[in-house]
Design a binder for this molecule. Sequence first.
Ligand code: GRF
Length: 233
Amino acid sequence: MAPRPGRNGSRRSKVSLSSSRCRVAILISGSGSNLQSFIDRAASGKLAVDIAIVFSNRVDAYGLTRAGNAGISTRCLEHSDYPNRESFDQALAQKLDQHQPDLLVLAGFMRILSPWIVDHYKGKILNIHPALLPAYPGLNTHQRVLDANEKWHGSTVHFVTDELDGGPRILQGRLRVDHRESAEDLAKRVQSVEHQIYPEAANWFAEGRLEFRNGEAMFDGKPLAEPIVKDFE
Ligand code: GRF
């Protein structure tokens, strides 16, 4: 399996020097528990990416405090200061590019990205969605899953394309629904799954095992027709 090219066109080796490690920008809008899972993995030496910047579109996002506590640089741009989606996204990209990210990790970033910025970072944006996509795109997934009496629920890491919650799926964490539990309890269980699968998928990207090619997610050089599924309690 060939490692993916680095920023300067060099091949990224699996055991890389720290200067050539994959640089990640993590985008948040709120609590940042997924961000925390990246921070905790980094602290235990099991994260193959460097968190170059944490970006928020809300000044009051608690994730900014988490990043600050971990000594990570933060930036904030409020979307209400911009006349439209694309002008905000252009300002965002200008700020992000100062940190030369190899990968954008959307972790509860509550903004729909414009086609312009999706193209600007083509194949380099990951998102995590709290459902087993393609089932339950959109909001309020946990209650909808309970209402529909589903047996399974979970979360999906996918590449971001112009289609909302519709980009190529990479990794799903799946758990059985207990119909005695509330939507809040189910959400907590799903989030604990997310905290395990999201850093793992980012590590695959950094190691060159995962890439976006011709509109598909490729894993170890082969297209992922279906996402990799891991079962959790
Ligand atoms: C996660 O549940 C994720 O699936 C969704 O937004 C939530 C963010 O939570 N995209 P947090 O801010 O990481 O705690």
